[in-house]
Design a protein around this ligand. Structure first.
Ligand code: NA7
Length: 560
């Protein structure tokens, strides 16, 4: 069924076994697994087709920063063998095409209602069912509610003075027009220098008459060294997929990668430089993994940061611009590392200007452009590459009401509280895929989301076999897991006082400073989940018919 056909089939059932929210990679795999188990499924998706992140993020230069051959589904051998990636880091259109290919192949769209946003979900303690209400007027009850809402799906516009006064075109990288944007001959301003901006800036600069980049925090960015994939290499990967995928499942970051054995501080300066240079020339994020302690030891980290700054000096011709582009204030890798194609080189173009808005902050948007403390700018278009309310935003923007009418937003006011990133106490029968407290954004997402989908669906199968009517995490198990996530995070530089990352919620004014993903590694996390399952799903409270659920309010345990 095509997306257009799916849209014509407007009627949704009033009751199903499972509602899936979101039809990106996670939602797609969930629909497939749940259907195979014989459950009835209704999915809702705000976009007009499958894709999630790759449906929305269509800005020029958007591409994956995990190797494409590994950033893909591993659960279906036919899909794995039939699809061939054309580039090392595939561009957004190719990834979206892949997702559409999977949707066709597995006939997923017949269970998805597109162009529909889930507005509210309410748990009824008397029936142990959720009622899901959408902005299109649907009301569906379900036994299981599964949030496949993505970690970076709630894009954020900063609250700037004069937003409504600006008369030119306004874009957000995470909500890019489907028809594309032609910047030819235009004066363009771009706000932000995170991953999205770093991918978009070189592309926009090639078109625009002039591009002005407003940088608040310089970012560490490594060259992708992207290239077309040799068909022989692709064939070799396909032949070795079983071993490669298994290695990815037990790795730290969800990719088959060599494991470092030496500290950056135990080798000579020459050996260190050679290792960094080899990784730099090899491309991608590998440089952060050549020594054991780049993520944990400031002195070791500084050796990598210094190598990176020296490369900026080499690439950028104007020393003052090079200096502005160099990050000094926080350790490398603690804000999401960026992977670029000709990012620093772009500042050698005559039509690109870099403005330091930490020194000279943006005061307001004006009808013609924007004004900093020292300068006025006129633009035909302003691009906001200002990121997302990451990890929790997509969940807390839905009015999720659990036991006793408590909302997830209130329950997470001081930071997200989950057991294994999979469930939250007080919200029975609601699972999350790659939720806060799981490796998610610190890993190759497809590896992590497959593990989650498989854990959740296997568990649902067991719950149904036992006749369980309600399941939720034990409060103590959840508190212990939150403590574990925090303790592991403290061992890394990611939580250093100098760091203001979206992992910590620092990009959203008022959001509590909590390190949200589990940094212990994909393999370690998988082992914990396997042990939990083998131990009769310890930490989850199951309620049988007729018994009273032992749950307490979602608001309990918040100070733990
Ligand atoms: P990011 O990484 O959150 O980047 C957002 C950028 O926007 C970052 O440079 C911010 O500066 C900047 N920003 C945000 N608000 C403002 C205001 N008000 N003024 C000036 N600059 C601002 O989002 P991306 O979309 O680039 O990437 C998100 C993830 O998507 C990425 O890591 C990949 O995993 C895919 P700041 O650093 O906060 O000073």
């Amino acid at each position: 069924m095509s997306a257009a056909q799916a849209k014509q089939k407007q009627a949704t059932p009033s009751s199903v076994d499972a509602v899936v929210v979101g039809a990106g990679f996670s939602g797609m795999y969930l629909i497939h697994r749940l259907r195979k188990m014989g459950l009835s499924v209704q999915a809702f998706e705000t976009g007009s087709d499958v894709g999630g992140t790759w449906y929305w993020n269509r800005y020029p230069g958007a591409r994956c920063d995990s190797d494409s051959v590994h950033y893909s589904f591993s659960f279906d051998k036919d899909i794995e063998q039939e699809w061939s990636w054309s580039e090392r880091y595939s561009p957004q259109p190719e990834i979206l095409k892949y997702q559409q290919f999977v949707a066709d192949k597995l006939d997923l769209r017949r269970n998805i209602k597109f162009d529909t946003r889930v507005a509210e979900t309410v748990f009824d303690e008397s029936t142990n069912k959720w009622t899901v209400t959408t902005d299109a007027g649907d009301n569906v009850t379900c036994r299981y509610l599964i949030m496949a809402t993505g970690c970076l799906s709630n894009s954020r516009m900063p609250d700037m003075k004069g937003m409504d006064s600006y008369k030119g075109d306004v874009y957000h990288t995470g909500q890019w027009p489907h028809e594309g944007v032609d910047f030819t001959g235009k004066r363009v301003g771009i706000i932000g220098t995170g991953s999205s901006a770093i991918q978009a800036i070189p592309q926009i600069a090639k078109q625009a008459k002039h591009l002005t980049v407003f940088q608040r925090t310089p970012n560490y960015s490594l060259p992708a060294q992207n290239h077309k994939l040799d068909p022989e290499y692709v064939a070799e990967v396909k032949a070795n997929y079983p071993e490669l995928r298994e290695a990815a499942r037990w790795s730290a970051g969800g990719m088959p990668r060599p494991v470092p054995t030496k500290s950056a501080l135990e080798v000579s300066a020459e050996e260190r430089e050679a290792a960094y240079r080899k990784a730099w020339e090899g491309g991608g994020a590998d440089m952060l993994g050549v020594f054991t302690d780049i993520a944990t030891n400031k002195e070791a980290n500084e050796t990598a940061a210094e190598f990176m700054r020296a490369r900026i000096d080499e690439i950028v011709k104007d020393p003052a611009v090079a200096e502005m582009l160099k990050p000094y204030d926080y350790p490398i890798g603690t804000k999401r590392i960026c992977i670029d194609i000709d990012y620093f080189e772009t500042y050698n173009r005559d039509n690109v200007t870099l403005i330091n808005v930490k020194k000279d902050p943006i005061q307001e948007l004006t009808p013609e452009g924007l004004r900093t403390g020292e300068q006025e700018f006129e633009f035909d278009a302003i691009v906001f590459a200002t990121g997302f309310d990451a990890m929790t935003g997509a969940l807390t923007s839905i009015n999720i009401k659990g036991r006793g009418g408590d909302t997830l937003k209130e329950a997470w006011a001081a930071g997200p509280r989950t057991y294994l990133g999979l469930m939250s106490h007080g919200f029975p029968n609601m699972f999350m895929i790659t939720g806060p407290g799981s490796p998610s954004v610190l890993s190759n997402m497809t590896t992590s989301l497959e593990q989650h989908v498989e854990f959740v669906t296997d568990y649902i199968e067991k719950l149904d076999a036992k006749g369980v009517v309600a399941v939720e995490p034990d409060l103590k198990a959840q508190d212990d897991w939150v403590d574990t996530v925090n303790e592991v995070a403290k061992m890394s530089l990611h939580t250093d006082d100098s760091v203001n990352s979206w992992y910590l919620g620092a990009n959203v004014p008022g959001k509590p400073r909590v390190f949200m993903p589990y940094i212990g590694g994909v393999g370690a996390y998988r082992q914990i989940c396997n042990d939990v399952a083998a131990n009769d799903y310890e930490g989850f409270n199951e309620t049988l018919p007729g018994a009273t659920a032992q749950g307490t309010s979602a608001m309990a345990g918040q100070s733990a």
